[in-house]
Write a protein that binds this ligand. Structure first.
Ligand SMILES: NC(=O)c1ccc[n+]([C@@H]2O[C@H](COP(=O)([O-])OP(=O)(O)OC[C@H]3O[C@@H](n4cnc5c(N)ncnc54)[C@H](O)[C@@H]3O)[C@@H](O)[C@H]2O)c1
Length: 258
């Protein structure tokens, strides 16, 4: 097993990409902490992992509140005594175009998508260092590389920020044997975030927009799946890929090659 005995925190693991990744990490032998505001589906992810003989714990964490992130690390330290992987995956769709973006929308998007990655890494890094090193991973987005005219500028800015955070932390945390990487998913249309993403701009039909995005921007001509994102996440955090740090990996059906 690729993550045998490892302790991993995944934020935003109640549904979608995070939930699929939690299940895969657990299958590969990790003890997985699900950190989310969605108690119902967070606990369902734990149950699914336990049903498959894996080990998991749900912690209610609102990643928009930095004190809750700090407290999460304390809970993990007390419960497990160490940490090997911190994966900040929680995210929300942006509020829409520039005209539709109120200051409070911008602030919450930045807090959940970007600031939580920064402070989550700050609080997690000392515990990972104490465990002898490990991995930090972020979920950025193809929107963080190529902004889409139909997307939210604030979302693209936050996701681009995660790419630079990845590179900056890869440099500063290398001395502690902590690798830092991120994945940039393309369209994953089956998760709860997607309908939010395509319905934020007035006058744009969400189904038409989904079709256009997939047909016109994805060379493989299909959306990705949460399970395909989970495989990319596993690749980057696996100890066997111990020389990879500071990269952003597009997992987007070829979109970034355009
Ligand atoms: N779906 C896509 O097309 C796509 C594409 C690129 C990137 N992403 C990114 O992938 C990540 C996962 O998204 P997804 O598509 O699986 O959608 P999702 O809605 O299933 O996942 C988001 C998770 O974050 C959690 N969350 C939201 N706000 C939170 C908060 N304040 N505190 C704690 N948890 C919170 C949600 O409860 C949910 O479990 C996000 O960062 C998203 O931006 C998604």
């Amino acid at each position: 097993m690729k993550l045998d005995g490892k302790i991993a925190i995944i934020t935003g693991a109640a549904t979608g990409i995070g939930s699929a990744t939690a299940k895969l990490f657990a299958k590969e032998g990790a003890r997985v902490i699900i950190a989310d505001i969605n108690d119902k589906e967070g606990n369902e992810t734990v149950k699914a992992i336990e049903k498959a003989a894996g080990n998991s714990l749900f912690i209610h964490v609102d990643v928009a509140k930095m004190a809750e992130l700090e407290n999460m690390i304390k809970i993990v330290q007390d419960a497990y005594g160490g940490l090997d992987i911190f994966y900040h995956n929680a995210g929300i769709a942006g509020p829409g175009n520039l005209e539709n973006t109120a200051e409070k929308d911008y602030d919450i998007s930045m807090a959940i998508n970007l600031k939580a990655g920064f402070f989550g890494a700050k609080y997690a890094a000392p515990l990972i260092k104490k465990s002898g090193g490990g991995s930090i991973l972020f979920t950025s987005s193809s929107s963080g590389i190529h902004p889409s005219p139909a997307g939210s500028p604030s979302y693209s800015v936050a996701k681009a920020g995660l790419i630079m955070l990845t590179r900056a932390l890869a440099l500063s945390l290398a001395k502690d044997n902590i690798r830092v990487n991120c994945i940039c998913p393309g369209p994953i249309v089956t998760t709860p975030l997607w309908p939010d993403f395509v319905s934020r701009n007035p006058g744009v039909n969400p189904d038409d927009l989904t079709k256009t995005i997939v047909e016109q921007t994805v060379p493989l001509k299909r959306p990705g799946t949460p399970e395909e994102m989970a495989q990319a996440a596993l690749f980057l955090v696996s100890p066997e890929n111990s020389y990879i740090s500071g990269i952003f990996l597009p997992v987007d059906g070829g979109s970034s090659a355009r």
